[in-house]
Design a protein around this ligand. Structure first.
Ligand code: AMP
Length: 267
């Protein structure tokens, strides 16, 4: 089945190397060393790129399927374009084919010593499995990193942009001056909204993902993320408006948590 999907993609982007790195219900993600149009050797050979491919869904009516693929692919690309305009870290767009569900983008991150990509999840897992776990996971650099993640989400929300699927896997770490800097990926469920409810749910989804993926240290990680989130709203240029927005969202987050608890009690 996967081979068939890979051949489908190859028919749209012939003669390029593809390495499948992730397969979800919605899309397949490939690494490639090929740039679609640059003749610069540094771009062609030295870098790696990502191709995200939404294959046709055989269970949907072909016309509706084509529409959905086009909408979701263009929606994701537009969201990424807006993020780059705002200088919010995310992969740069290289090329898109909306009708065939293809987005070609910059490959973020690098491989950790254990060979895994430097997502927030993999990095925290790497530290959590290290010999001096307690010291490393409670250290200043992890605190600073979580704070930066919170600031990043704060900047997103201050622009009324909702990620829709915040998890520690969808945050990739880039090395900048020997320090990790977070960037966002996967905007398949993203949307635009100024509502505190939508922002609170976005935060809640991440909080729950951190709880389940990093259970031993989740409380500290989540607290540091929220501190960074608040700091993003406290920048002078937002004046009282930033603080008000932050308060509204955090108040709503408490309600969302309560709803979540009730729901899990009901099973
Ligand atoms: P997605 O379906 O967009 O969540 O991507 C699935 C996985 O592919 C992610 O969890 C990442 O490990 C990897 N990935 C996707 N896009 C990128 C990117 N631009 N740079 C590096 N890794 C990526």
């Amino acid at each position: 089945m996967t081979d068939k999907l890979v051949s489908q993609l190859q028919s749209h982007v012939p003669n390029i190397d593809l390495k499948l790195i992730s397969q979800g219900a919605e899309a397949l993600v490939f690494e490639t060393t090929t740039h679609p149009y640059s003749s610069s050797p540094s771009l062609r050979n030295a870098s790696q790129f990502i191709i995200k491919y939404r294959p046709p869904k055989p269970y949907r009516h072909p016309k509706i399927d084509a529409q959905i693929t086009k909408q979701r692919t263009s929606g994701e690309a537009k969201f990424m374009y807006k993020l780059s305009k705002l200088a919010i870290p995310c992969p740069s767009l290289i090329s898109c084919d909306f009708s065939h569900g293809i987005i070609w983008m910059e490959h973020l991150g690098k491989n950790l010593p254990n060979g895994n990509i430097s997502s927030l999840k993999n990095w925290l897992w790497y530290l959590e499995k290290s010999s001096d776990t307690e010291a490393r996971c409670s250290g200043d650099d992890v605190q600073q990193l979580c704070f930066e993640v919170g600031k990043l989400i704060g900047r997103l929300h201050l622009n009324d942009m909702i990620h829709g699927d915040l998890t520690s896997s969808n945050i990739i770490l880039e090395e900048q001056d020997s320090v990790w800097a977070p960037a966002l990926i996967d905007f398949g469920l993203s949307s635009f909204s100024g509502l505190p409810e939508d922002k609170a749910v976005d935060l809640y989804v991440l909080e729950r993902a951190v709880d389940s993926t990093h259970s031993d240290f989740a409380q500290s990680y989540n607290a540091w993320i929220l501190q960074g989130y608040e700091a993003a709203h406290e920048l002078k240029r937002f004046k009282k408006f930033g603080k008000k927005k932050h308060l509204e969202t955090i108040k709503r987050l408490e309600e969302v948590r309560l709803r979540g608890r009730k729901r899990s009690m009901l099973g």
